[in-house]
Ligand binder design. Structure first.
Ligand code: UDP
Ligand code: MG
Length: 325
């Protein structure tokens, strides 16, 4: 019987310092499974211009299990993962960070769960070593806020480290939305999902490529792709302010009629009201603008990413026939 294929998708952005170690550990973990499965390692170079691509190409030359997808520029973590899952042929596809924060040894446990019949096995972080208090606090706050805003029950403290069955990947590949929050999209898909708790390690080398700007962008994509509640929130806020203004108006009329001597031109209260209302209006327009901006980008229907070159996708590579990549 033909052995089934496991694909491991790894996004890479300026990681030349750790590609050697990454390959060694991934290879080690996959070799443990090699008696039962064939495997391929799909590295996506997300526009790094350091030595990463060269190192990856060398690996593809030496090892028939290695595939390299070179994107034409930096498209960001979520799109790099998309490119990888699009091109992966496995009966199960594992997405893992390239910085060894997600231990490759956990993949074997994910595969076990998959064998038990789960379609999605997502890694939940029980501990995150070596992250800054700022990142820990903002991540925690974000996952909880998003969960409250969204109608979906999004798992907490869960990143993109997960195993997906071919049935799930086939559906995910159909979802071509521009603003991507992949962990949420996989939750939306349903199927049988289960959590696998793991310890998130310290980054092996280099520094985080998720700048504050990229984090904010991902957080906004998460919120606005999975909830329209902020729009309603702006409306509720407007209603509340209008109601408060009405109460204040009544109060002003009453005091003017009953105690006209106390009424002095109220510069302070006027300023407060004007500024507050201005703030609320700007915020509401901003929220509207964000949603409209996303419609604008979706409307273009551009490809999500551009592949410059591919290496290691030879005809003799496992899973090639019938995979259509
Ligand atoms: N990454 C990427 N494109 C980007 C930013 C990051 O492909 O624009 C990759 C990066 O090389 C790493 C993974 O995504 O393999 C996670 O990034 P990082 O470890 O920097 O994020 P953090 O773990 O700090 O959130
Ligand atoms: Mg990391």
């Amino acid at each position: 019987m033909k052995r089934r294929l496991l694909s491991v998708v790894v996004p890479i952005y300026f990681e030349e310092l750790l590609i050697g170690e990454l390959y060694r550990r991934l290879k080690g973990s996959m070799e443990e499974l090699a008696s039962r499965y064939e495997y391929e390692l799909v590295f996506v170079n997300d526009g790094s211009t350091d030595g990463s691509l060269g190192l990856l190409r060398d690996l593809a030359l030496e090892d028939a299990c290695v595939r390299v997808v070179d994107l034409s520029r930096n498209f960001g973590h979520q799109l790099a993962i998309t490119a990888g899952t699009d091109l992966a042929c496995g009966d199960a596809v594992v997405v893992i960070d390239g910085d060894l924060q997600d231990p490759p040894e956990v993949i074997a446990q994910m595969v076990e769960k998959w064998e038990e019949g789960y379609d999605v096995v997502y890694g939940t972080r029980i501990a995150r070593d070596g992250e800054s208090p700022f990142k820990l606090a903002t991540a925690k706050l974000f996952y909880r806020t998003l969960n409250r805003l969204s109608d979906l029950d999004l798992p907490l403290d869960t990143g993109d480290f997960r195993l997906m069955d071919r049935a799930v990947v086939d559906q995910l590949v159909q979802m071509r939305e521009e603003s991507r929050y992949i962990r949420g999209m996989v939750t939306w898909l349903g199927f049988r999902q289960c959590a696998l708790p793991y310890r998130r390690d310290v980054r092996y080398a280099g520094y985080t490529k998720y700048t504050l700007g990229k984090m904010v962008k991902l957080a906004l994509a998460g919120i606005t792709s999975f909830s329209s509640k902020p729009l309603a929130l702006a409306m509720y806020f407007g209603l509340f302010v209008a109601f408060a203004a009405f109460v204040y108006l009544v109060w002003v009329i009453i005091t003017t009629l009953t105690m006209p001597e106390t009424i002095v031109p109220g510069y302070a209260s006027l300023m407060v009201v004007v500024l507050f209302l201005g703030g609320v209006q700007l915020m509401s327009v901003g929220i509207l603008g964000d949603y409209i901006g996303r419609i604008f980008y979706e409307g273009k229907r551009r490809p999500l990413y551009v592949v410059k070159e591919r290496y290691g996708f030879g005809a003799d590579s496992p899973g090639e026939e019938g995979c259509g990549r």
